[in-house]
Design a protein around this ligand. Structure first.
Ligand SMILES: *Cc1c(COP(=O)(O)O)cnc(C)c1O
Ligand SMILES: [Zn+2]
Length: 424
């Protein structure tokens, strides 16, 4: 018998399952599963990878046995960007933005989905399924189409942006709109998947988290393996927070980095059961009814709570909340530089500013804020900002109506230049 490269293990009772076992949770106790790898890697080995994918180039840390059969776009390879204006707005000198909205379907979900769909194909799944606030559905739909596997998505009625819903439909996924919120959808989908034998690809799926770890690996490699002081991200269902914690643990264990960055997870004020638990030293999760404009983190009962707790503890991290107004202001600052992101993503930058003002993040510390989704993922919020009766008048940039006359353009240009002179 050859030695195993990877297997699944229950977080709670430590029961081990084969790598190809399709069950979404521990059959013994219902706990969440994690993937364990026997492989080890060095920086040199990673640097020698020729994979075009920003996920599979870290394949030895993701799913070594599947490297040769990956369902890949490719994905990842997202830039680390520096924009002085955003750093200044936050009060941090060395702020960098890891823009995961530049993945193939417009969010970081693609990094997990390439691994999840590859796994679905390996186990011969008859169909794949998820409950989603929009981005998971869009990603699942695209990767399932790529793999030729039928896809089923459950989304909460009226709480998924038009762009995300139409993206999912366009890729051919059967989409069920549920009279309820995301937490209802997830509950329903877990029940359906165990009864109907479809492969569940929500973020409780441990293979998705393996792919999402590469946000951290790729960022660290872009920084020449000099870990930043802080990594800041928006937090909803806590799959990404958990993946970041696991990635940092593994980067330390393999000697890729010499010290741990601290994780700061940022929740929307009225969707913040994780932040509330943090203030009580994580005594327990108290689910809430979630409400925020940032639909991608509008989650009241995060499924990966226990993993999220571990990630915050092992990195000496923090969990904070920001208001919808703070999210909008951050989005305004990000959008105006041309970088752009969807509202949930702006929570990370709003969080950096808040932590800096509170003195938790020092202005000289190095910070990477993760932008999780693309600006066009939520075009209706853009219309609400940059339209009549703006929800954020201080950010609004309204279209100017002119007659079809070049003089009107000339007059407008003059007024812009005069405005510049007045401002300087
Ligand atoms: C999924 C998602 C999140 C939240 O990630 P979790 O893993 O659920 O915490 C944040 N922002 C965007 C754009 C997302 O799509
Ligand atoms: Zn168990």
């Amino acid at each position: 018998m050859t030695a195993r490269a990877s297997w699944q293990r229950c977080d709670d009772c430590h029961q081990e399952l084969d790598e190809l076992d399709p069950r979404p949770r521990c059959p013994a106790c219902g706990g969440l599963l994690a993937i364990v790898h026997a492989t080890s890697v060095t920086r040199e080995q990673l640097a020698a990878s020729t994979s075009p994918s920003g996920v599979w180039r870290y394949g030895d840390l993701v799913l070594p046995t599947a490297k040769g059969m990956a369902v890949s776009y490719p994905e990842g390879n997202t830039p680390l960007m520096r924009r002085q204006a955003i750093g200044d707005w936050c009060g941090v000198d060395a702020l960098q933005l890891k823009h995961e909205g530049l993945n193939p379907t417009g969010s970081f979900k693609d990094r997990g989905m390439t691994v999840g769909i590859t796994q679905a194909k390996r186990i011969g799944a008859r169909a794949v399924a998820c409950a989603s606030t929009g981005n998971t559905a869009a990603s699942l739909a695209a990767y399932a189409a790529h793999a030729g596997i039928p896809a089923l998505c459950l989304v909460p009625e009226g709480q998924v942006t038009t762009a995300k819903l139409s993206q999912t439909l366009a890729c051919g996924a059967r989409t069920l709109v549920v009279d309820g919120d995301f937490d209802d959808c997830l509950r329903l989908m877990q029940q359906a998947s165990s009864e109907l034998g479809v492969y569940l690809l929500n973020s409780i799926n441990p293979f998705r988290l393996e792919g999402q770890k590469t946000i951290v690996f790729e960022m660290l490699e872009q920084l020449n393996w000099h870990a930043p002081d802080w990594i800041v991200l928006p937090a909803g269902n806590l799959g990404n927070t958990a993946a970041f914690g696991k990635a940092i643990d593994e980067a330390m264990a393999h000697g890729l980095i010499a010290r741990r960055p601290r994780i700061a997870a940022v929740q929307a004020e009225h969707a913040s059961p994780f932040a509330a638990a943090f203030t009580r030293e994580f005594d327990r999760l108290v689910p809430v009814h979630a409400d925020t404009i940032a639909t991608a983190i509008k989650i009241g009962a995060p499924a990966s709570y226990s993993r999220g707790v571990r990630a915050i503890r092992s990195t000496n991290g923090v969990v904070i909340t920001v208001t919808d107004a703070e999210i909008l202001a951050a989005k305004g600052a990000i959008d105006r530089t041309g970088v752009g992101c969807e509202p949930a993503s702006a929570a990370s930058v709003a969080g950096v500013r808040k932590l800096c003002h509170a003195g938790t993040i020092g202005s000289a510390e190095s910070v990477v804020a993760v932008l999780t989704g693309h600006i066009l993922k939520d075009s209706s919020i853009l219309q609400q900002i940059h339209g009549e009766h703006s929800i954020a008048p201080e950010l609004a940039n309204l279209p100017v109506r002119i007659p079809a006359d070049v003089q009107a353009i000339a007059a407008l240009l003059d007024s812009i230049e005069e405005g510049r002179i007045e401002r300087s």
